[in-house]
Design a protein around this ligand. Structure first.
Ligand code: ZN
Length: 470
């Protein structure tokens, strides 16, 4: 072993560019201001340009219109943010679409485009700690994003509408955004589509309104959300709205998939699976539930979009598939409510979501967690690290399955009581926040009272099979 996991994660302390200490203002002298440009990225080692420095977004209010006949998206994004530094200008991540105007606090601002960045220069500097709003009017034909050999993400024009979806990035293909999981914000999304089509997104549904051949759908995500979890699904869907635990549950199935088929069958188990996961992980963290199945060959995956995952139809073509539902719903705690600090921490999402597959499988009468663990252990290639898996390794088996092995080995090491207490403590303490691998080690050691550095080194990054705890 060449490096320790705690040391590796400690260097991961997030670079929030432009973060300076408070100026010591007095009652009589205004603080001296030195307005500087915000950084063009948050400095994530895998994706240095993702996100931007100098501000923290509180809310995105999107008022959009999409016409699948012309593939034209248009509208305005109002971004409410707080400056974390004295800003002369700042960036938003935004690709493709044409910007017609930008204002800051209602006053015209200058805009420039630099690759996937929108550079906004307000008429006057923005003081640290000031709240400000940016309004961007834009239009055009949205284009998908090719990110980092990780496949196509972002806005896809489909046969009957569109799907905006993708990890590690997608948002910047349809709205200007601070596109890194560390800047979580609430969202109010209005999307007008030709009457007769459905338009799904995150969170609680609002009132629909019809006018002049268009239907405006409204969605609001009231709990802070990482930008890659924002999505749109537009097209012909059967949408069912119900209530679960007093909160709205929205299930959407494409018209192209059979009524009463495997997709519908699997989605119908959402409430039951969430309720089971609540017993393992603690209270469900959001204000809405549901699932959206999409039918487009380019979506060969599912994504844990906040409060309502999106599932590629491929998951349900052969059979109902509850394991993927358990996986995406587990992400509501691990990934969505507790978000990663940097992309190299992604096993904190995928390891736990994969572990939830084993928990659900056991609960549903299949193989025990111990059996799933042993099978995966026997098949594992220990050369591939789970923590810091490399930029193109963020969806690797080592992240998902060796991550789940680590979680179960931890359970075997500290015992069931401490383990489930740890999961609930973690999701409660880090709720709506961000966390790194080193933070998890810290909380695990505190809850269990055991020293676990060596344990995490062996299970997350060691290159030989670790001894299975008994
Ligand atoms: Zn996952």
């Amino acid at each position: 072993m060449t490096r320790g996991i705690v040391a590796v994660a400690a260097v991961a302390a997030l670079a929030v560019a432009g973060c300076t200490s408070d100026e010591p203002g007095t009652a009589t002298t205004a603080p001296k201001r030195n307005f500087q440009p915000g950084a063009d990225g948050v400095g994530d080692p895998y994706f240095p340009k993702y996100g931007n420095g100098g501000y923290d977004v509180r809310n995105y209010a999107l008022k959009l219109k999409y016409d699948p006949r012309s593939d034209e998206l248009s509208g305005t994004a109002t971004v409410t943010a707080v400056a974390t530094a004295d800003l002369s200008r700042f960036n938003l991540d935004f690709s493709g679409l044409s910007v017609s105007s930008v204002s800051v606090n209602g006053k015209p601002a200058t805009e420039a485009r630099e690759e996937a960045e929108l550079v906004v220069t307000p008429g006057a500097g923005i003081a640290k700690d000031a709240e400000f709003t940016v309004e961007v009017a834009y239009a055009g034909k949205p284009a998908p994003i090719q990110s980092a050999d990780l496949g196509e993400g972002g806005f896809l024009h489909t046969d009957d509408g569109a799907i905006a979806l993708g990890q590690p990035e997608s948002a910047s293909s349809w709205f200007p955004v601070n596109d890194h999981p560390t800047d979580k914000a609430t969202y109010d999304i209005e999307i007008a589509v030709p009457q007769g089509l459905e338009a799904l997104s995150n969170g609680v549904p609002g009132e629909k309104a019809d006018a002049d051949g268009w239907t405006t759908w409204k969605w609001s995500e009231k709990v802070p959300m990482a930008s890659y979890l924002a999505y749109l699904a537009i097209g012909e869907y059967r949408v069912e709205t119900s209530t679960h635990n007093g909160k709205p549950m929205v299930i959407a199935i494409p018209e192209s998939l059979p009524e009463g088929g495997d997709a519908e069958d699997s989605m119908a188990r959402t409430g039951e699976i969430v309720d089971f996961l609540e017993t393992q992980f603690g209270p469900y963290p959001f204000e809405a539930y549901g699932g959206v199945v999409v039918d487009d060959d380019r979506i060969g995956y599912a994504l844990e979009t906040q409060s309502r995952p999106v599932y590629g139809g491929v998951w349900f073509k052969q059979n109902r598939n509850l394991v993927v539902v358990a996986h995406e719903l587990a992400h509501q705690w691990f990934g969505d409510s507790v978000s990663i600090a940097q992309w190299k921490d992604i096993w904190l999402n995928e390891g736990f979501a994969s572990y939830a597959e084993w928990l659900w499988t056991e609960k549903d009468g299949g193989p025990s967690v111990q059996e799933s663990f042993q099978q995966e252990y026997d098949d594992t290639d220990w050369q591939n690290p789970t923590a810091d898996p490399g930029r193109t390794g963020i969806f690797s088996r080592a992240v998902y399955k060796r991550g789940a092995l680590t979680v179960h080995a931890l359970r075997l090491t500290i015992g069931d009581d401490d383990f489930f207490n740890l999961l609930k403590t973690w999701t409660a303490e880090k709720r709506n926040g961000n966390a790194a691998t080193a933070d998890f080690v810290t909380v695990a050691e505190r809850v269990s009272g055991e020293s676990l550095d060596g344990f995490f080194d062996r299970w997350l990054i060691g290159d030989t099979p670790p001894e299975i705890p008994r």
